[in-house]
Design a protein around this ligand. Structure first.
Ligand code: NAD
Length: 352
């Protein structure tokens, strides 16, 4: 049955395909940017410098100090570099950390953004910015944060290491799984979510076998785009709340935490959201939690929170924190049940 719904579309121009990086200069001109500051992490500095050379007169230089969790001090330093370089726009080349820096600058000065994602995290198609000040991470949503143009060149993901490719793609899949049962879900995002999960399911075994498989990389980036769009359009629930808590309070790595928790949180909600999750059951052998767990295991993904260095003694505090200011969730979140879920995820036990 189709329920009443409201659907807000986030406007963005998407350019997709192997070697579309060659279109970056043309896209900057279309966007009205005369000089773009190219952003990257220190690790991707060389890639950013190559892109800056490719852009020629359209480049205002490189700022390669993007940092995980978007610390406000880094943003302030980058704002100075932006002003000194005479830039009138941004190019972010990288994963969620670099894209976060571009969004943080745009939030402050409304700079137009061309984003070139090299992971599957999905931040490029959301109007949401998470930033950290004095160790506290807060999120803000605003129209100026949403990048105007996204250029998806799967060629750029070939260098993403195998394990990170898998966890990053499972991170993307988590956006779509939660999008399916979101309280404000709608038929369009649900189509995108199911297709995004399918595309990732089909592509990931190929990437696990050979990270240089361009066809599999292309399928994965297509899926990641759809899943990111779902994240940017509808509300998230227990899974994202739990990952946010574990990432923020215990400093666990973002993509790995998502990858490990997804089978457990999806399994927790499987009964309460059976109809919404039926595409997931259909794609993973009839069982939502167990099927997602078996899929992750088949890819060699991390399966247990203890592998990330979380101690068993932290689980009580994690459960307490995760039930504070709860997100809406299709199944009520009780502290004791959540503590059990965390215990299973910590050990890496297959969900029922
Ligand atoms: P990341 O951007 O932190 O990248 C991790 C490392 O991998 C970095 O050193 C990066 O330079 C490197 N890397 C990236 N692409 C590479 C490639 N193709 N080849 C080799 N190395 C590469 O990781 P991420 O998972 O993409 O982003 C995580 C961050 O994004 C978190 O802070 C998360 O909160 C944020 N995020 C925000 C949103 C949002 O909507 N606001 C959505 C998803 C994620």
């Amino acid at each position: 049955m189709i329920h009443p719904f409201t659907y807000n579309i986030n406007p963005a121009r998407i350019v997709f395909g192997p070697r579309c990086l060659a279109q970056a200069a043309e896209e900057l001109r279309l966007l009205g940017i005369n000089k773009a500051l190219v952003l990257a992490t220190p690790f991707q500095r060389e890639d950013a410098e190559r892109l800056s050379e490719q852009l020629g007169d359209l480049s205002a230089g490189v700022y390669a100090n993007a940092t995980m969790h978007t610390p406000v001090e880094v943003t302030e330093d980058a704002m100075k570099a932006y002003a000194e370089s005479g830039a009138d726009g941004l190019v972010a080349l990288g994963g969620g950390s670099t894209i976060g820096l571009g969004k943080a600058i745009a939030y402050r000065n409304d700079a137009p953004q061309l984003v070139i994602p090299t992971t599957y995290a999905g931040s490029e198609v959301t109007p949401v910015l998470g930033q950290t000040e004095h160790g506290v991470k807060t999120t803000v949503s605003h129209g100026s944060i949403l990048p105007e143009v996204v250029l998806y060149d799967p060629q750029l993901t070939l260098s993403l290491p195998r394990e990170m490719s898998i966890t990053s793609a499972l991170n993307a899949m988590a956006h779509a799984v939660e999008g399916l049962y979101a309280r404000n879900s709608n038929p369009i995002t649900s189509l995108m979510a199911a297709e995004g999960i399918r595309a990732l399911r089909d592509a990931l075994p190929g990437i696990a076998a050979n990270p240089a498989d361009l066809e599999a990389r292309t399928g994965a980036q297509y899926g990641a785009w759809l899943c990111g769009t779902v994240l940017g359009t509808v509300g998230m629930a227990l899974h994202h709340k739990l990952c946010h808590t574990l990432g923020g309070s215990f400093n666990l790595p973002h993509a790995d935490t998502h990858a490990i928790l997804l089978p457990h949180t999806a399994g927790y909600n499987a009964g309460a959201a059976a109809e919404a999750l039926s595409p997931v059951a259909g794609l993973f052998g009839g069982s939502v939690g167990g099927g997602l767990y078996d899929f992750a295991a088949s890819l060699g993904a991390p399966l247990a929170l203890r592998e990330l260095g979380l101690s068993e003694a932290d689980l009580d505090r994690a459960a307490d924190l995760a039930v504070q200011n709860p997100y809406w969730n299709p199944r009520p979140v009780e502290r004791d049940e959540l503590r059990e879920l965390l215990q299973r995820a910590w050990k890496g036990v297959r969900p029922e």
